[in-house]
Write a protein that binds this ligand. Structure first.
Ligand SMILES: [Zn+2]
Length: 151
């Protein structure tokens, strides 16, 4: 597992600032992409906002867009470099989702047949009424585009 801090500083902030070791893949004004030191697959890349933001709710819309766009470019690079036939994107937002480093990050996972990576879960059909009840509850709680803050 990654250390969460380097000399008392958030490890991803240290990487973005060039104060910690990194294998940089790409960078732009608002986001940076570097290889995970403990990759699940070859080319496993983390895309982070350059500014420290612990969660999705802490990102500005522009930072969120930058992280997504850099993730798309990294996915294309993995394919073009011959590391991937397909790609998974994964983001853990909160401890219950598996987030371990409190600087939000998007995982770009280049996939090849038989690479052994899998997302476990019990996917099951749910009846429409139950789906509608959940959708209604979520619609009523949807923040405006600019006011997406954690509760
Ligand atoms: Zn940070």
């Amino acid at each position: 597992m990654l250390p969460a801090e380097v000399d008392g500083e958030c490890v991803f902030c240290a990487i973005v600032a060039g104060r910690a070791e990194q294998s940089l893949v790409a960078t732009d004004d608002l986001a940076a992409a570097f290889l995970d030191v403990q990759p699940a697959v070859t080319g496993h890349t983390l895309v982070v906002p350059r500014r420290h933001a612990a969660s999705l709710a802490d990102l500005t819309p522009e930072e969120g867009a930058a992280v997504w766009e850099l993730g798309r470019r990294v996915a294309a690079a993995a394919r073009a470099a011959g590391l991937a036939e397909a790609v998974n994107l994964f983001l853990a937002d909160g401890a219950a989702a598996g987030q371990e480093v409190w600087h939000g990050h998007l995982h770009v996972l280049p996939r090849t047949p038989g690479d052994g990576l899998r997302l476990d879960g019990r996917f099951r059909l749910v009846e429409r009424g139950a789906l509608d009840a959940v959708a209604t509850r979520m619609r009523a709680s949807l923040p405006s585009r600019r006011r997406c803050t954690r509760r």
